[in-house]
Design a protein around this ligand. Structure first.
Ligand SMILES: Cc1cc2nc3c(=O)[nH]c(=O)nc-3n(C[C@H](O)[C@H](O)[C@H](O)COP(=O)(O)OP(=O)(O)OC[C@H]3O[C@@H](n4cnc5c(N)ncnc54)[C@H](O)[C@@H]3O)c2cc1C
Length: 476
């Protein structure tokens, strides 16, 4: 049997490859870069462990825990420190704990009394008219009020998507919020009455899911996945074209100045959306992938700074801090990495991971290293009471970091579904389609492996009987 080509060695592609291999389906993985992991990047240096891409994985689905078990990584998994569960949000240049209970909500200085009273109206607010797509900002303002949007959700969206709630589509970026409104008519009622349903499905809502990493960071996961693959892993091997013939999918690739072509039984495209737009696809029915270049990925710089513990006044007793736009800081937020997981900093030191750029200030992400560190240092100085110089400085720029599921994103998702119909045997999966979190990508990798298994079982009959039509050629 010809192998299935997996294009992209990030968490989605690696999970799909591993799951296919478990089904005795051979795989060949193509990765354009010189390492696997995609945006997952953990670096051990000078006693610090810097995590530049995602810092935590959420146990939202049993499929996530199953992958860790199947890889034999349970012993290396590290859950976040339970004492570091406070999430801070900045208001008036001060860090304020995000309330976790109704009583905490009543007492918190994060919202004004008017905003708190406004929240009581939420269960009585009408459902949205489905004919109009709503932004995250529109949804939150309508259901929870303006202050909730400006003080909490703006910061949260900056932390998750590095995005803008005015531009993101609520149904695309936060589909579960829409589902709660649709089913229960209210987010508050949905939280209360939906709990039993979630328990039955084994799914856990993101805010309540356990967070974890590994002893040497999240890269342990992607490196282990890669090490377990028995099929070929072709590094520095970008795929440039895909051609569907009657018997196979031919993958054209470039490697070390050479070009070649290899036949495969099916393809998983687990790269980026803008990467997909550059791939030439020749198939029976014309498919147009060039518009995927329009999916907006803003730049983000991850800046990891280390400090002596005594040089940071704040107790760092939490996950980290989120900063709403109206506070006027230049960083989007910070993770208190060494509070969250052990061994992220040498004894007596701490590690802070901060993010700069996103849709809020894309130009800042491209600043030179020294300027970036200065920007981050200045904000941390004011917010966390930092005195001394950093003992560790490192940063990574993601020029195109996270896809923004903006208003109209449904058209891209429809086009992805149409592409798969027009090009049977080509499967699209990953952060640009299935949700941006690492756990979403793990679930997507498993699901696409199941879809391929079904395709390979169903397809021989179909392929033998289908007349071969002239190829339609679509170049980006
Ligand atoms: C700074 C940052 C912080 C984040 N924080 C978190 C977090 O804390 N928690 C969380 O759950 N999520 C977080 N995310 C999101 C999450 O990490 C990503 O959405 C997820 O890892 C994407 O995985 P992927 O495999 O779909 O894509 P990627 O990781 O982008 O991998 C795609 C791979 O495909 C390769 N490729 C592309 N085109 C080709 C081609 N033509 N040929 C061959 N190879 C190709 C690329 O080189 C790349 O290696 C964060 C993301 C960023 C950028």
């Amino acid at each position: 049997m010809k192998s299935v080509a997996i294009i992209g060695g990030g968490i989605t592609g690696l999970t799909a490859a591993f799951r296919l291999q478990q089904k005795n389906i051979p795989v060949t993985l193509y990765e354009a870069g010189d390492r696997v992991g995609g945006v997952i990047q953990s670096v051990r240096c000078d006693g610090y462990l810097a995590e530049f891409g995602p810092n935590t994985l959420l146990e939202t689905s049993p499929k996530v825990a199953a992958l860790i078990d199947d890889l034999g990584l349970s012993d290396r998994r590290v859950y976040s420190d339970p004492t570091a569960k406070n999430r801070y949000v900045v208001r008036g240049k001060r860090l304020i704990k995000m309330p976790e209970s109704p009583l905490g909500f009543i007492a918190t200085p994060l919202f004004s009394p008017v905003a708190k009273l406004r929240l009581l109206l939420e269960p009585f607010i009408q459902r949205h008219d489905k004919s109009r797509e709503e932004s995250v900002a529109g949804f939150v303002q309508r259901r929870l009020g303006r202050e909730f949007l400006d003080r909490a959700v703006d910061a949260l969206v900056g932390g998750i998507y590095a995005g803008d709630p005015q531009k993101l589509s609520v149904s695309q970026a936060f589909p579960k919020l829409c589902a709660l409104e649709k089913e229960y008519g209210s987010l508050i009622k949905g939280q209360v009455f939906g709990a039993r349903k979630r328990k039955r499905s084994g799914e856990v809502a993101k805010p309540h899911a356990r967070k974890f990493s590994f002893d040497e960071g999240l890269q342990v996961l992607t490196e282990t996945l890669c090490a377990k693959l028995k099929g070929e892993v072709r590094m520095r091997c970008p795929v440039t074209a895909l051609t569907q013939s009657d018997k196979a999918w031919n993958v054209r690739w470039r490697s070390h100045g050479n070009e070649g072509q290899t036949p495969h039984s099916a393809i998983v495209y687990a790269g980026t959306a803008f990467g997909l737009s550059k791939i030439e696809i020749e198939t029976r029915v014309p498919v147009n992938v060039s518009s995927f270049a329009d999916i907006h990925y803003p730049p983000v710089a991850s800046v990891v700074l280390g400090f002596r513990r005594e040089d940071v006044a704040h107790p760092l007793d939490g996950f980290g801090m989120l900063i709403p736009r109206l506070e006027g800081f230049r960083i989007l937020g910070s993770i208190f990495s060494s509070s969250l997981f052990p061994n992220r900093a040498p004894a007596g030191h701490v590690t802070l991971t901060s993010y700069v750029g996103g849709t809020r200030s894309p130009e800042l992400a491209h600043e030179r290293a020294e300027e970036l560190c200065h920007i981050v240092y200045e904000d941390l100085r004011v917010l966390l009471g930092i005195r001394g110089k950093p003992t560790f400085k490192h940063h990574v720029l993601f020029p195109k970091a996270i896809p923004q599921y903006e208003l109209g994103y449904g058209q891209f998702r429809n086009l992805m579904a149409e592409t798969e119909i027009g090009a049977p045997g080509l499967f699209l999966a990953g952060h640009y389609r299935d949700g941006i979190s690492v756990s979403d990508c793990i679930v997507a990798g498993k699901q696409v492996a199941e879809r391929i298994k079904k395709y390979l079982v169903d397809v021989p009959v179909e392929r033998g009987t289908r007349p071969i039509e002239p190829h339609a050629r679509v170049a980006a």
